[in-house]
Design a protein around this ligand. Structure first.
Ligand SMILES: O=C(O)CCC(=O)C(=O)O
Ligand SMILES: [Fe+2]
Length: 221
């Protein structure tokens, strides 16, 4: 079948619009290089939280978009992602959040919120995990995705705005009703042990609102 948009073949039809999942987006060499760079980063760059640790690169929400470019090793991989055309009018991401989860760690259901353009692109490295979607106001997940190392997941539009996403804090994932193909990782009901997983999430921090000249000095002109 001819499709006008090469990304269309990666849409998950059983997920809310629009989830793209590309299983082997990274080559093994790209994955290795990315992990080496992440672990070579000086220790103070890591921020430790209760259930994961993270590095935040590029523009931070509320900061000037020109303030802090991504480092070249992230720009190289972002260029590959941007070539898919996922950032719409923005053309490139300007923020990258790197999360490291030990087995049993995860991230509670949350939304990334209005500070970002409503598209997220996440690379998974080193371990598989489940990512669950929760319609706003519901505590039960409506959709479960299986993320394998080397994959790229893109959440765009309605699924970004109308759903929370979370990674269950568990050491073993059970393949139950997963909405994307799990290939040779297991069958329905199969159990998969988590290893240490690293995710690399690119986003576009929206332009900070311009402060009017008259208000800079605390009064209107
Ligand atoms: O690790 C992931 O795949 C998701 C990370 C995430 O949702 C976040 O940092 O906001
Ligand atoms: Fe998130």
């Amino acid at each position: 079948m001819l499709t006008s948009n090469p990304l269309e073949q990666y849409i998950l039809p059983n997920a809310p619009p629009t989830v793209y999942y590309i299983p082997s987006f990274l080559t093994p060499q790209e994955s290795t290089t990315l992990l080496e760079k992440i672990y070579k980063t000086p220790k103070p760059k890591w921020v430790s939280l209760r259930n994961r640790r993270l590095q935040n690169w590029g523009v931070l929400a509320g900061h000037c978009p020109l303030s802090d470019p991504l480092p070249p090793w992230l720009t190289a991989i972002e260029n590959r992602i941007a070539a898919l055309g996922i950032w719409h009018q923005h053309s490139h991401a300007n923020n990258c959040l790197i999360n490291e989860y030990l087995p049993g760690q995860g991230i509670l259901p949350h939304e990334d919120g209005p500070a970002f353009h409503p598209t997220i692109a996440t690379l998974s490295l080193s371990s598989t995990c489940l990512l669950q979607l929760y319609p706003h106001g519901q505590t039960k997940a409506s959709h479960t995705l299986f993320l394998e190392p080397g994959s790229l997941l893109v959440l765009d539009g309605e699924v970004y705005r109308g759903f929370l996403h979370g990674i269950p804090e568990q050491r073993v994932d059970v393949l139950e009703g997963v909405v994307n193909p799990v290939r040779d990782f297991g069958k329905e009901g199969g159990r998969i042990e988590r290893g240490t997983r690293v995710s690399v999430t690119f986003r576009v921090v929206k332009k900070v609102a311009k402060v009017s000249v008259g208000r800079v000095f605390g009064k209107r002109v």
